[in-house]
Ligand binder design. Structure first.
Ligand SMILES: Cc1cc2nc3c(=O)[nH]c(=O)nc-3n(C[C@H](O)[C@H](O)[C@H](O)COP(=O)(O)O)c2cc1C
Length: 340
């Protein structure tokens, strides 16, 4: 075995060069303070939203309400159960309109009681339900599915770029304020869908009684861009530029810290889920090392790609992702010089 390894080394070393310019400058590598044998026992656990997580990872809102979505949601739920994570579903709008769509969102039996499980809905549907005084339809679904709470997505650019988009009439902030007064017992998270929130919006969110804010920042999957590709007419081509607008995780995190530290600001929401373009455990580790409040990182696109390959593959990828996170925690520290 060892002879074979030596042979492999000789034949592979020529293809195993890393140039100094390829260094991941975000981190210092510190090999002296942990051993490979200790990595498995590295503790990543935390409490968030009143529940235990074995690792600081959130499966962001993706899908539900149709057949393929059902299988995918089951895989996401399985990942959550196996690795003790939390998740939110994709928008339950189809279920609001048709109770027969329940199956793909009915994940509590798979998840088990302990896993954090949130349903997702758009601000446009909140406007409709407030106007028709039918919020009970939503709260009934939350209790029927035994969900812990609700994630509300705010996505004006996506709606505007979508030919059939929902052009809600009222500003989201006033809708959220009314919603939170009407149903104060619903644990509510607010997110974007890939453009993030600018400073004024983030400040306003921090003053609301939300259980968390999910950044869904610019830098990853982008639904404004996606909707532009669905447009058949080229008359809207200029609008593509709108998809490059938004706030990145870097900007949002800096702003969040500034607002939290400023003495005039009595912020109410303390928990964040950093998301948008987080594709690896190193990305996730990087962001979480930079916060001092309760926080997770959220992933959508990447976990979707794993899950499209099937349950076995997704489980394997998640196992290695978490293992990688433990390696990162054991041997890396932030390279503050590179943070700017
Ligand atoms: C296929 C797909 C479907 C999505 N559906 C929803 C949704 O129903 N509601 C929502 O709030 N966000 C939705 N998102 C947005 C994600 O929750 C996330 O905010 C965004 O994709 C950025 O994360 P990422 O870069 O890790 O993909 C969806 C994302 C993907 C990839």
């Amino acid at each position: 075995m060892s002879q074979q390894r030596k042979k492999d080394h000789l034949s592979l070393i020529g293809k195993s060069i890393i140039k100094a310019c390829q260094q991941d400058k975000r981190f210092h590598y510190e090999p002296l303070f942990s051993s490979p044998g200790e990595v498995q026992d590295c503790d990543l656990s935390l409490n968030f939203l009143g529940k235990h997580f074995a690792a600081p990872l959130w499966i962001s809102s993706i899908t539900g309400g149709y057949q393929e979505g059902e299988k995918l949601n089951q895989i996401f739920a399985l990942l959550c159960r196996e690795f003790e994570l939390g998740m939110s579903t994709g928008s339950i709008r189809p279920l609001l309109n048709d109770s027969k769509r329940k199956k793909s969102f009915d994940l509590r039996p798979l998840l088990g009681k302990e896993r954090p499980f949130y349903l997702n809905i758009g601000i446009a549907q909140i406007e409709e339900l407030l106007a028709s005084k039918e919020l009970a339809r939503l709260t009934d679904i939350i209790s029927d599915l035994d969900a812990d709470g609700l994630v509300i997505h705010i996505n004006p650019l996506q709606e505007l770029m979508q030919e059939e988009g929902d052009c809600y009439k009222r500003a989201p902030l006033s809708l959220l304020e009314e919603f939170l007064v009407e149903v104060p017992s619903v644990k509510t998270i607010v997110k974007e869908v890939g453009q993030g929130f600018g400073p004024r919006s983030l400040e306003a969110l921090l003053h609301l009684p939300l259980v968390a804010i999910e950044f869904a920042a610019l830098g990853g999957s982008n639904f404004a861009k996606l909707e532009m590709q669905r447009r058949e007419s080229s008359a809207f081509l200029d609008w593509q530029n709108l998809s490059y607008l938004g706030a990145t995780n870097e900007q949002m995190l800096n702003c969040f810290k500034r607002l939290r530290n400023s003495s005039e600001n009595m912020t109410r929401c303390e928990n964040i889920i950093i998301s948008g373009g987080i594709n690896s455990f190193l990305d996730g580790f990087f962001w979480l090392e930079r916060v001092s409040c309760p926080a997770l990182y959220g992933m959508a696109q990447q976990i979707l790609q794993w899950s499209l390959e099937g349950e076995k593959f997704a489980l394997e990828r998640m196992k290695n992702h978490i293992w990688g996170l433990k390696i990162a925690k054991s041997f890396l520290s932030l390279n503050e010089d590179e943070l700017g």
